[in-house]
Design a protein around this ligand. Structure first.
Ligand code: SME
Length: 151
């Protein structure tokens, strides 16, 4: 099963429409996205809790590292640069943080609030190599903008 991002966005929007709590929104997005696609083996958020530091937020899958500095990993690169990171082969990414040995590829998107502030990052890991492409980046970015762009 491959995610239908248009349908997923519709479901997530209807579930979250009247909610403004960051963690409630993150938990709902992580759950809905994770179960929408067989490629997704770990799906969740890291939150900016102090300058230069990400802490684990709501997620689905095996346990994730608790803290990631902006200087490290794919999540750190997304937070630092503000750009979506698509890593087709995690072994070829210098500084990748392996939370699960089974992870082969990943995508990480910055998450921004209404005023453009960086709330955190959204990370999806896959056990399949080269699992993510531009359609995923576009579909996921639209969902994040719709949910978090209003809080
Ligand atoms: N792979 C990420 C770390 C987070 S976990 O895999 C859940 C990274 O390099 O930033």
């Amino acid at each position: 099963m491959i995610a239908d991002y248009r349908e997923l966005a519709r479901v997530i929007d209807s579930l979250t429409a009247s909610e403004t709590d960051e963690v409630a929104l993150m938990a709902t997005v992580a759950c809905e996205v994770h179960h929408a696609d067989d490629r997704f083996d770990w799906t969740g958020f890291y939150r900016v809790t102090e300058p230069g530091l990400l802490k684990i937020g709501p997620y689905q899958g095996g346990h994730g590292c608790l803290a990631i500095p902006f200087s490290r990993g794919v999540c750190g690169a997304a937070a630092r640069s503000g750009e979506i990171q698509i890593v087709p082969d995690v072994e070829a990414f210098d500084g990748h943080i392996a939370c699960a040995a089974s992870t082969r590829s990943e995508i990480v998107l910055p998450v921004r609030g209404r005023d453009g502030r960086l709330i955190g990052v959204f990370d999806i890991d896959s056990d399949q190599p080269d699992a993510f492409g531009p359609a995923d980046a576009e579909g996921l970015a639209a969902i994040l903008a719709s949910v978090f762009g209003r809080i």
